[in-house]
Design a protein around this ligand. Sequence first.
Ligand code: ADP
Ligand code: MG
Length: 263
Amino acid sequence: MLCQIKPNAQIFRKCSFIHQFSKCCSKSLHRPLLCRIFGTAHMRDVLMLAAKNIHKRYGAVEVLKGVDIQVEKGEIVSIVGPSGSGKSTLLHIIGTLDKPDSGEVFLYSSNITHLHGNRLSEFRNTHIGFVFQFHHLLPEFSAVENVCIPGWLHKKNKSTVRQRAIELLKLLGLDQRLDNKPSQLSGGEQQRVAVARALINSPDIVFADEPTGNLDTANAKELHQLFFDLRKKFNQTFLIVTHNEELAQLSDRKLTMKDGRIM
Ligand code: ADP
Ligand code: MG
């Protein structure tokens, strides 16, 4: 069982309702509306991700020096900062790909810091999507198969997964590329397949690490637009590490990391 920090049934019901409600609304709509319905105090209840006092050291190097971060449902938050400042390390820790030396990570009210083994893999596959700088698509599989793989690992019905994969790829403008292998796709197309793969299990949050780092300006712009379209359509939450100043400026909040701290 995940550790629930809010066991009170009434609060839990309210959280689930707000979660469901906010799922249906774009951020611009749900923030003021939720404030009006529940009062500002309840805005805490739409907090999706919280990391508290994260420390990480590699040998003698202290990479993260007590990082706190919070992301609300439906937010697009970007993290910028110089190379080596700890951005990827932070993303890996809050994305459950790595463990902090100390500090805690919460998704909604669940402490996910200490999950391990199969339970961790299952949790990650269900709740978290990743997009990396290099797409990491499997070369021997088609675009649609690459998107399906996390759904199949999730033991969902094969044809339902395939149907959703096709819908997502169509939504991302790849209807003519469903059966192409990664080597037959452009860099921008490969990255859009990687985004579809990140979305196949309807994750709560998508972490992206330099998603446009390998793309030219036009493709980078297109991918940015895609993130905002996906937020509008699914109220999808994104936390994006980027060097792209334009994307950082467009996002709801820009956080700057320097020397293992958020400034
Ligand atoms: P950024 O993404 O901001 O460029 P990183 O989080 O990748 O920074 O790296 C921060 C620091 O941690 C760097 O000095 C890097 O060399 C070091 N580092 C990252 N991962 C490891 C690792 N697995 N082992 C040793 N040092 C690491
Ligand atoms: Mg990095």
